[in-house]
Design a protein around this ligand. Structure first.
Ligand code: KG4
Ligand code: ZN
Length: 365
């Protein structure tokens, strides 16, 4: 057995260059010794979305600095580490390769194991960074790149219960913000305007709400909102009303499907029921409040990690590495791992239903 494990984690799968040094004690307690998240928002903002080539170059420019600073701030040396873990998929492949190669180079130089991490496993384990969150729990992962329900029963045991069949919820927020010209990333901008808007002004669809199952869809809602914007010469109040109407529709969809998912999860597992929400969209107060109500109504506990661990970060990647190392589930051939642009957490479900993405079409899926 071991007293503690100290891991460097690296995350570069989208538009954040992040590193963290984390210590996992023998009893499972976690200390984050240092962490850095460098956001590329300014570089992508002029385009109203993440541009893969710009992201890859920006990661390449700064990854070494971010990692060096993070190790320095931990007060440790490379030789004090037990392993290096880096996101090796899924995500924008140029960025993933930058982080993965940085991690491999450090591991090779310091003669440490390299642990390739599935970014989605990082999100799935993220509630355990700060809260006591024993298995099993239901996870709603809702970000700009993902939107899915996962049943998390153990390390490496993730069952996808449902997911968006087209766009992720955050992507729909970003598209509406782009259409209205109110900023990037769109979620915070839409939420801000929605506060003074009338959610009943525009009637928008709640896709798949009347269908059984836990799949979601946001493409139709996104298009419907864009049509309203195009068809009406919206003034400031009109834009606020559209944001409020849109946010109410997304909230209804997420809360409605979560209610169903949680009821099924509760009857399958019994005992204390935990609902975890992670991903950038979890920052939205209207959505959080609706999920809180769903949890309360079903006598479950809602665990929402602090926002910095909901959005992309490297502490969750280091944690996944530490958990894998502690459980002896590290492949000796980590240095040979090839980056995977697509890497479903639940490979069996993905193979059975290949039409479903991890929450986003295209490169980020
Ligand atoms: O988890 P994240 O940082 O990156 C991805 O993995 O995508 O999530 C970013 C997404 C963006 O689409 C952003 O618009 C959305 O989360 N988001 C929000 C809010 N804050 C961020 N969506 C709704 N309301 C918010 N307050
Ligand atoms: Zn993510």
């Amino acid at each position: 057995m071991f007293d503690s494990l100290t891991i460097l984690g690296i995350e570069t799968s989208c538009d954040e260059t992040a590193a963290a040094v984390l210590r996992r004690h023998g009893d499972g307690q976690i200390d984050i010794l240092s962490e850095t998240v460098h956001s590329q928002i300014d570089e992508h903002a002029p385009y109203g979305g993440v541009v893969p080539e710009i992201a890859a170059r920006a990661h390449a420019d700064i990854a070494d600095t971010v990692v060096e600073k993070t190790i320095l701030e931990s007060g440790l040396q490379l030789t004090d580490l037990d392993a290096v873990a880096a996101t090796s998929g899924p995500g924008l492949i140029g960025g993933v390769m930058v982080g993965m190669m940085t991690g491999k180079a450090l591991a090779l130089a310091a003669n440490l194991p390299f642990i390739p991490i599935n970014h989605l496993e990082g999100h799935a384990l993220s509630p355990r960074l700060a809260a006591d969150c024993p298995f099993p729990y239901l996870l709603l992962l809702v970000s700009g790149g993902h939107c899915q329900f996962l049943e998390v029963t153990a390390l490496g045991a993730y069952r996808r219960l449902g997911s968006t069949i087209d766009d992720a919820a955050g992507e729909a927020f970003d598209k509406l913000a782009k259409t209205l010209g109110i900023g990037f990333p769109g979620g915070p901008a839409v939420e801000l305007l929605a506060r003074r808007g009338d959610a009943a002004r525009f009637e928008l669809p709640r896709p798949l709400m009347n269908r059984p199952g836990l799949d979601m869809s946001f493409a139709g809602l996104k298009t419907a909102a864009a049509r309203v914007a195009d068809a009406n010469a919206l003034d400031d109040q009109g834009r606020a009303d559209l944001c409020a109407s849109f946010q109410a529709a997304v909230t209804d969809c997420l809360a409605g499907k979560t209610e169903r998912a949680l009821a099924e999860f509760k009857s399958a597992h019994g005992g204390e029921t935990r609902l975890v929400v992670a991903g950038g969209v979890a920052a939205n107060q209207s959505i959080r409040a609706a999920l809180q109500k769903v949890a309360r109504d079903l006598d479950a506990v809602l665990i929402a990690p602090p926002l910095r661990h909901c959005t992309d970060n490297a502490a969750m990647i280091a944690l996944a590495g530490a958990e894998r190392l502690a459980a002896g589930r590290v492949d000796a051939a980590g240095l040979e791992f090839a980056a995977r642009p697509r890497w479903p957490l639940d490979e069996a479900s993905a193979q059975a239903d290949p039409t479903y993405g991890s929450g986003k079409k295209g490169a980020k899926a």
